[in-house]
Design a protein around this ligand. Structure first.
Ligand code: ZN
Length: 258
């Protein structure tokens, strides 16, 4: 039986002389793997749409316990993400996250976010660290771990510096935190506990923006360098903590950014 999916190729493995196994992150079914026979042959009509980071329409069929690609039609190749090694490294990190998260119902938003993110990398209009942080915090929110970063979770205050509780997904203002320290609920040094990260007002607003803004405008905000540093750290730590581990592609991205 034939069926059609629309999605992003997040991983490819070359098999035999001209075959290619593709993992596609689809709107309809999350990540699925299918074998594209002869896809690497220069004559193949599947060649252009079965490369990594291609977004397209795919006609698939099931034979035995495997899926096969019958037809592949390219919508967008995001070829320009390969212009810099840092951009390609970030795209690979995004692909690894997509292959790791299991979501139901949220695929459409996560796919849209991923396409917008690859587009932003390809266009080079925003810094890669900003693109990465936005992707991280929005992904966490889409897959069910939306943190509460608008008000202090104790007094509902909105102003000043905040402490982001990465495990709890809440923020606490300085006054409430000082009070908690006096009452010996918390260690006095915020760095003593690895799960707390400091948020300046700008970094806090950036988190809120990246979580709640429409996806098509998700990168459209400005931050000072210091706010960006805090925003980036908070977003990365939060996502990795929710997913429970780090990623090889992230290590590689950090390496090439140095
Ligand atoms: Zn408070």
């Amino acid at each position: 039986m034939l069926f059609e999916v629309r999605g992003l190729v997040i991983r490819t493995v070359d098999i035999k002389e001209t075959d290619r196994l593709v993992t596609i992150f689809t709107e309809e079914r999350g990540a699925i793997s299918a074998l594209a026979r002869g896809a690497r042959s220069l004559k193949s009509r599947k060649l252009a749409a079965t490369m990594q980071f291609c977004y397209g329409n795919y006609v698939l069929y099931q034979q035995g316990d495997k899926l096969w690609v019958k037809e592949a039609e390219l919508i967008e190749s995001f070829f320009d993400i390969r212009q810099t090694i840092e951009g390609l490294a970030l795209a690979n990190y995004i692909a690894e996250i997509l292959s790791d998260v299991t979501v139901e119902e949220a695929e459409r938003d996560l796919l849209r976010l991923s396409l917008n993110t690859l587009y932003a990398i390809a266009k080079g209009r925003y810094s890669l660290d900003k693109i990465k942080a936005v992707f991280e915090i929005r992904t966490a929110s889409i897959i069910g771990f939306m943190p509460d970063v608008i008000f202090c979770h104790k007094c509902h205050g909105k102003d000043g510096d905040f402490f982001f509780d990465i495990m709890g997904g809440v923020i606490e203002c300085r006054e409430c935190r000082d009070k908690a320290i006096l009452e010996r609920e918390l260690p006095s040094d915020p760095h003593e506990s690895k799960i707390i990260t400091i948020l300046s007002p700008g970094a806090k607003d950036a988190l809120g923006y990246a979580i709640y803004s429409p996806l098509e405008k998700v990168f459209s905000f400005n931050l000072s360098d210091e706010d960006m540093r805090l925003f980036s750290r908070a977003a990365e730590e939060y996502l990795l903590n929710q997913l429970g581990h780090s990623y090889k592609t992230l290590d590689f991205y950090r390496e090439v950014k140095r």
